[in-house]
Design a protein around this ligand. Structure first.
Ligand SMILES: NC(=O)c1ccc[n+]([C@@H]2O[C@H](COP(=O)([O-])OP(=O)(O)OC[C@H]3O[C@@H](n4cnc5c(N)ncnc54)[C@H](OP(=O)(O)O)[C@@H]3O)[C@@H](O)[C@H]2O)c1
Length: 359
């Protein structure tokens, strides 16, 4: 049986004996993850117990497994974060939840994120959970909790996207990218997508992008600019890659550059004189921190997202070119993500025999 170290600030859910978790034994990469049997989690009084039916991979999972993330639990720990599943047990005390009675009941379908998503059982607080939207599968809901609000908060809360804007979405076929394409379109913007292959550009178009530019072509900033009215440039740049500096070549007066991430690996340095000369704003977004510093914004963002989903303007982006089933397939899913061979959310299905239910 594995030993679990539980840091004081986060509950690491020990997964069940019959369906073991993936535990990194050496923080080098996905191949160091091992499936290990440990006891079922014992939720604290304010936590739900959830049977995971699908778990989504994230770029930051890769960073954490490689020991390069801002939050590194002491070894051994359970990797993964985003998941969807069914409530097996409700909190015994709701003292730290948002309502006086638990919001979810046993049997409810939920999605969420907390440390330890690559497991078959997880314990999670109510603030880390949302109801699976009507008509959504576990497969699609598994990838919603982090990615969708990141893109919505960036474009709507931070950059105030509105009808008529031209929005450039970099790595538009990636997890946050495909969510950003849909949000920008839903708000009436014209979306220019960049990606590193023709297939990914086709995916971005299928999710609503109006134009696609392959950013392997060094002339991409000029190509983007030429797609805007009178070549004025784009109003908003959504950048999860680390392309803020070159994007300044194709941004409009009053434009906003959203710093979302550094998937290319380099943290850029930009020439501040260009920020002044072009009258532009560089705007950061750290979605994970909103829950502690601006919880009311978290609710606003989810309200907006659920409206888009209800109106059919936001759909699941689960990667369907290849199928990943079972915890043993998580390393392969993470490898595929890290090698840029995937699009959208790479989700691993975890069929739960104990409930006889299907994903
Ligand atoms: N700010 C926040 O609150 C927040 C929240 C969530 C995620 N993020 C960050 O956003 C970034 C993207 O996350 P994601 O979940 O969308 O990841 P993802 O699904 O893996 O997409 C990343 C995309 O970046 C592109 N890319 C360019 N250079 C790359 C490289 N050297 N290695 C890998 N990919 C590269 C790839 O598209 P092409 O092949 O088309 O180039 C890839 O599809 C990450 O840095 C993540 O940490 C930030």
């Amino acid at each position: 049986m594995s030993t679990y170290l539980i840091p004081p600030f986060i509950h690491l859910p020990p997964p069940p004996i019959d369906k073991p978790p993936l535990t990194p034994t050496s923080p080098q990469g996905p191949d160091d993850l091992t499936v290990t049997s440990i006891p079922d989690p014992t939720p604290s009084p304010d936590e739900y117990l959830i049977a995971i039916h699908a778990t989504a991979t994230n770029f930051f999972d890769l960073l954490q497994i490689r020991g390069k993330y801002q939050h590194q639990p002491p070894l051994p720990w359970t990797a993964g974060s985003e998941f969807s599943g069914v409530v097996l047990r409700t909190p015994s005390s709701s003292s730290s939840s948002t309502s006086s009675t638990p919001k979810f009941s046993i049997g409810d379908r939920v999605f969420g994120a907390t440390q330890g998503g690559y497991a078959t059982l997880i314990a999670a607080r109510e603030s880390h959970l949302r109801p699976v939207p009507a008509g959504w599968s576990f497969f699609d809901a598994a990838g919603l909790f982090v990615t969708a609000p990141t893109s919505y908060a960036a474009l709507v809360t931070r950059a105030r996207v509105h009808k008529g804007d031209y929005v450039l979405v970099h790595a538009a076929a990636g997890g946050v990218g495909l969510a950003a394409v849909q949000v920008a379109r839903a708000f009436g913007a014209t979306v220019i997508a960049t990606a590193g292959s023709a297939h990914k550009l086709a995916v971005a178009r299928a999710f609503g992008a109006d134009h696609g530019v392959d950013y392997r072509d060094a002339a991409w900033p000029e190509l983007v600019k030429a797609l805007t009215p009178q070549g004025r440039g784009v109003d908003i740049v959504f950048d999860p890659v680390g392309l803020i500096a070159p994007s300044m070549k194709c941004i409009a007066w009053n434009g906003r550059l959203l710093v979302i991430g550094f998937a290319a690996g380099e943290i850029e340095r930009v020439a501040m004189n260009r920020v002044l000369l072009k009258n532009i704003s560089i705007v950061g977004l750290h979605w994970g921190v909103y829950a502690s510093v601006e919880p009311e914004t978290v609710e606003e963002v989810w309200k907006g997202l659920f409206e888009l989903m209800r109106d059919g303007k936001f759909r699941g982006t689960g990667f369907t070119d290849r199928e990943f089933v079972g915890l043993e397939s998580v390393p392969g899913a993470l490898r595929a993500l890290g090698e840029r061979g995937t699009w959208g959310k790479v989700v691993v299905r975890l069929p739960q025999e104990r409930e006889g239910s299907k994903i």
